[in-house]
Design a protein around this ligand. Sequence first.
Ligand code: PEP
Ligand code: MN
Length: 691
Amino acid sequence: MSERLEELRGRLDAIDARIIEALAARQALVSGIGELKLDEPLALRDRAREQDLLARLAAQARAVGLDGYFVTRVFREILDHSLRAQQEGLVRRHNPDRKRSEIVVAYQGGEGAYSHLAATKHFAAHDAAVSCRALATFADVLEAVRDGTADYGMLPIENTTAGSINEAYDLLARMDLALVGEEVLRIEHCLVALEPVPLCNIRRIYSHPQALAQCSEFLRTLSDCHIESFPNTALAAEKVRDERDLSQAAIASQDAAGRYGLHVVRRDIANQRENYTRFVVVAASPLKYDLRIPCKTSLIFATKHEEGALLACLNILAAQHLSLTKLESRPRPNNPWEYLFYVDFEGNLAEPRVQQALRELAGKTSVLKVLGSYPSRTSRETQPVEPRPAGHAPATSADPRSTPGAGGAVEQGACGPVSPSVLQSLQKAPYKLVSRATRLQDTVIRVGPLEVGGAARPIVIAGPCSVESREMILECARVVKEHGGDMLRGGCFKPRTSPYAFQGHGYDALEWLEEAGRAYGLPIVTEVMHPADIEPVARRADVLQLGARNMQNFSLLKELGRIDRPVLLKRGMMSSIDEWLGAAEYILAHGNQQVILCERGIRTFETATRNTLDLAAVPVVRERSHLPIICDPSHAVGAWRWVAPMAVAALAAGAHGVMVEIHPDPGQALSDGPQSLRFERFAEMMQRLQA
Ligand code: PEP
Ligand code: MN
């Protein structure tokens, strides 16, 4: 190693040591604040303060040449850990008898198994020394908790790709144990082997059946390869290490690869890019939680065999405003065709409303078992906040960007309530499901954490016309995020007038777009042009766009109706509003109710602009339909100078958002350069929209 390298690394080590010291000092202050919160009725979390803090830190970071989003991510982790530490303080206060010497956490599998990672994550803020113990089966884990050889057990209960883990549910019903916590772990499956061998050399793959199921699509692409289930991902990795056979591989975590000295041959091989497992923490007796900690409560019950029995039980929860987060049914042992229901809801056993609900449930059920209350890791209020974009006023219920007059009202066109005569005339329209006459209330479409439509804050989608390279889309994503954009757009498959024009980088572009969206926490939207592309694109994109030129491509419309992904339906450049709503009707009629309409300009005699932005379509559509509508001023005007004014006008007209094209160097753009905003112009537009 050269002397220079050694010197630089030495300086890095010194800086890292200072970062650790600073974190420790910060942690001490956090504990001090935690102490205050023990005795005073202070909120555990102040989301507005966190938003401001993250915004300030991002600005400070940018001022010294750092990536604001990177710094935000680091601090989100720090804030999350601080919150957990303060929660720990409260838990200790409410449970003075809880064991404080070394605690033992049992899990199924081996070192580096996902359950082990979840246990490490969960108990990181715990004040006692923690030792994790690997056991062979789920039943062994629960047995260890019951006989006291372990203080806690970590049990995977459901996965967002493969669904519920039935064995875990069935064991919980049989054992008399309490749930005292939950943990959520992002699962990033890797194919790991002794050496970084090419995929085609691999003849045998081992993993847990759940992991194999979650990676089924990747596994199907391999030929002449034997797939074998194994009790656990970490044990599979261990086997690959021990047998020293270069043709073997395991599906396991990157952590497991590191522990067993294996190489990652391919990363992120799961069918779904968002793949999470939820674990429950089991103990011999329940814990009490302060009401300031957002909690969930879990129950198991069997209903009496009466008409409407399940509904009556759920109504009891609804009447107490207890929001359900999970409902699962499992066969009731030894009672064929009868079921046990597992219910999780947001609430704490210490609350009177929860106690009331349980008293009423007892009268409606033949079995009722309360598994316990525990701090939630999935409720919205427990998720990290986003930094407040520059220029945004502190969040209040009356957000200045919210649509005036919307909110509590049931019938809400852009100009106020929809009159009965309009509703009556809509009865004759050739569309039904998209019609306001069918659904009075505005449809609000969820895209990850975002809400589009109704009274939700208007959204801004921005990005290049075409995804031209990995670097370019990453740069665009950074700028969109930095200036408060909500979603990243980018064309991978481009509909071009000339067959000699750039047609898009296809699936390579989609991979880059996905990476950029993920790196900056932005949902992504991209256009599909062929029915065969819909499924594969839907697996990676958050929203699928149907372009103006394909608005009446009925094969595409029907296929888009079969998926469970929001569709951004652009208005055809020569289509009337009712034809457009008819196209949306196709999607809804085939099952998919998640359509966002996009006005992008129509052809008129006017040639000064590329198209004519039909802003009147916004209030008309909002009167005729409950679907959200956004505007794309870029394709409408065709020149960047007029994009910002029309974006402002679109929101004033009542649009639920805007979509604009941006480019790092519009003069060099491969498509739609003249209408693309350079980054400074986009920043200016965002300022105007936020003002
Ligand atoms: C696009 O959004 O890049 C696009 C091609 O739009 P439109 O279908 O409105 O022309
Ligand atoms: Mn374009």
